[in-house]
Design a protein around this ligand. Structure first.
Ligand code: UD1
Ligand code: UDP
Length: 370
């Protein structure tokens, strides 16, 4: 069996790393096609996990449209698929890299496994374009590796054959456990590097397209107002490398003293900074999955989420992006709510998701069409 892993962004690399190592350790012929969607941010992850892509595309141009990126990727991935005779393709999540990997595979009639399948907000424009990407990938997939029961239900409601929908957890937990067991002693030391051990801080990240511009500015207005009143808390903000995002953050926080703006952190450093945070404010998908395991209250800066599990478990709140709501929830976290939200829970599996994906691949053969 010859398997292609196709990915290109930071979160995909984090979530594919355990799968890659699992398949390699079982002597499966596995190759990585990196789309290069996230250049430097991808290498921060691949170096940590000691992974080297077999193919690296060079398609990113500043400010290019989704259509340009999509069309370039489909034709570039297609060329590779025509040289290699893969029997199976795995893609993860909902980015343009995963969607184009899935579609190129379909054009070459190669069966597809979708990792992190079945996440839905129910609103095709939110998150944009990820909700559409994940639905489209679902249509092309032979097998859907769903993290949770809710994700399984979403797929069954859409009519997928239940034999092809497997509840396996999320590989993000495999990655997190790997960090904890191999590198845990480093986590305290790492915070020293950023002089964060002596500070009480909120960790913030924002990058989603639907938050570009006004929503992001409004969130930051609410945060500034609150932090100007609160003497002890600081804002630590590792900024996504996207220039559109960085411009807004830098302009809005200009002159504000209680901020620590950082470049994107290496994964290990990020886990350490997350582990030391008082609480987290984010629009990230992956962070919504990691924070509950670390027992960190998380304010989700979005109007919708495809990850309701942490909200139901009580560690996360969906608060939107208005300055008033942001301020209100930061204020509320001074009270009992903080303890209520600090319980560590993990709705995303037991760290054996990659093993389950491997087991599917070796036992494959029972052909069931959707
Ligand atoms: C992408 C994904 C999003 C995912 C997110 C994870 C799409 C459309 N978006 O959003 O689903 O949640 O990654 O972080 O698939 N850039 C660099 N270097 C990098 C990364 C980005 O220079 O390492 C710049 C480039 O100029 C690029 C821009 O950022 O044009 C935007 O990158 P892109 O991958 O299109 O979108 P993200 O916002 O990163
Ligand atoms: N992350 C990281 N460094 C950072 C910020 C995030 O390593 O500076 C990790 C984080 O732990 C999570 C993933 O990147 O695993 C989330 O990526 P992002 O928020 O970019 O994408 P999303 O999950 O929203 O698609």
């Amino acid at each position: 069996m010859k398997v292609a892993l196709i990915f290109g962004t930071r979160p995909e690399a984090i979530k594919m790393a355990p799968v890659y190592h699992k398949l390699k350790s079982k002597k499966i012929d596995v190759k990585i096609i990196s789309t290069g969607q996230h250049r430097e941010m991808l290498y921060q992850v691949l170096d940590l996990f000691k992974i080297k892509p077999d193919y690296e595309l060079n398609v990113m141009r500043e400010g290019q449209t989704l259509a340009e990126l999509t069309s370039k990727l489909i034709s570039e991935i297609d060329k590779i698929l025509k040289i290699e005779n893969f029997n199976f393709i795995l893609v993860q999540g909902d980015t343009i890299s995963s969607f184009t990997g899935a579609l190129s595979g379909f054009y070459n009639k190669i069966p597809l496994g979708h990792i992190e399948a079945g996440l839905r907000t129910g609103n095709i424009y939110s998150p944009f374009p990820e909700e559409a990407n994940r639905r489209l990938i679902g249509n092309l997939a032979k097998v859907h590796f769903a993290p949770t029961e809710m994700n399984v239900d979403n797929l069954l409601k859409e009519g997928y054959n239940k034999k092809n929908v497997l509840k396996v957890g999320n590989t993000v937990i495999d990655a997190l456990y790997w960090i904890k067991s191999n590198k845990y002693s480093d986590l305290n030391k790492i915070r020293d590097k950023y002089k964060l051990n002596e500070k009480k801080y909120i960790l913030m990240t924002m990058h989603r397209r639907e938050n570009w511009g006004e929503p992001m500015k409004n969130v930051l207005k609410g945060v500034k107002k609150y932090l100007e009143e609160n003497k002890e808390l600081y804002l630590v903000f590792p900024m996504h490398i996207n220039p559109i995002v960085r411009k807004v953050i830098k302009e809005e926080l200009k002159g504000f003293e209680k901020k620590i703006l950082l470049d994107p952190l290496e994964y290990l450093d990020f886990i350490s900074v997350m582990d030391g945070a008082y609480y987290i404010m984010t629009d990230s998908g992956g962070i919504q999955e990691e924070a509950p395991s670390l027992g960190k209250p998380t304010l989700v800066l979005r109007d919708t989420t495809e990850r309701p599990e942490a909200i139901q478990a009580g560690t996360a709140r969906l608060i939107g992006t208005s300055a008033d709501e942001v301020y209100k929830y930061m204020k509320l976290l001074e009270g009992e709510l903080y303890l209520e939200m600090s319980r560590a829970v993990n709705p995303y599996g037991d760290g054996n998701t990659s093993q389950k994906i491997y087991e599917y691949l070796i036992n494959m053969g029972e052909e069931v069409d959707d």
